[in-house]
Design a binder for this molecule. Structure first.
Ligand code: 5RP
Length: 219
């Protein structure tokens, strides 16, 4: 099975976590795109969705799912999103697609976070995938210097602007053995908007597509 088939399998398995109605939280990325496509069959059950990016918003609207403002709907029953890496405690690295800030907000406002991915995303220690950090543009060099002091190698994702008008630094060479602690520490740097570590708010359920069928991890 190729990676797309594994992502699709994880997306299909996530359907069983859907509530009967209400508003869904929807993430961003190629795995979530499979999930959005699958929603076409059940969309009549839902008032709409809160979306974590302009890209997902467009895809949701295309299949006729209304996209709602989080401020208008309160807490959500469920948030479905992908990840760039997960450890076995479901601490994640996210932001490969640059949507980490809105993803973190929706994850925080959701009762259950179901993460879907192909099996390659499960790792022992986070950090092989460069850690995305959303930064206010004028703070780019300052934040980069602080990241170097912490042992990382920040690389500016040149030419990329987030949906919030900010830039992304991808931090290489971090071995993230204490995700919650590092997330807290990086959040203290002035100019940092959002750190791509989801440690304080990990996923609740991880569904991995594997050649043997979906594997679900609930810590
Ligand atoms: C976007 C994300 C995505 O969830 C992450 O990059 C995984 O994407 P994909 O499903 O394409 O592998 O965090 O900001």
């Amino acid at each position: 099975m190729n990676a797309e088939e594994l992502k699709r399998q994880a997306a299909e398995a996530a359907l069983e976590y859907l509530p009967d109605g209400g508003v869904l939280g929807i993430g961003t990325g190629s795995t979530v795109n499979h999930f959005i496509d699958l929603l076409a069959d059940v969309k009549g059950r839902y008032e709409g969705a809160v979306s974590s990016s302009e890209a997902s918003t467009e895809r949701l609207k295309k299949i006729g799912i209304p996209v709602l403002d989080l401020n208008a709907v309160g807490d959500l029953e469920i948030y479905v999103d992908g990840a760039d890496e997960s450890n076995r405690y479901l601490h994640l690295i996210k932001g490969g697609g640059g949507a980490l800030t809105r993803e973190k907000i929706i994850a925080a406002a959701s009762k259950k976070f179901v993460c879907i991915a192909d099996e390659s995303k499960l790792v022992d220690v986070l950090g092989k995938f460069p850690l995305p950090i959303e930064v206010i543009p004028m703070a780019r060099s300052y934040v980069a210097r602080q990241l170097v002091k912490l042992g990382g190698t920040p690389v500016w994702r040149e030419g990329f602007v987030t949906d919030n008008g900010n830039i992304i630094l991808d931090v290489h060479n971090l071995e993230i053995t204490e995700p919650v602690k590092l997330e807290t520490e990086l959040n203290q740097i002035a100019g940092v908007v959002t750190v791509g570590i989801f440690g304080h708010r990990p996923a609740d359920v991880l569904i991995l597509g594997t050649p043997e069928g979906p594997r679900t991890i609930i810590p």
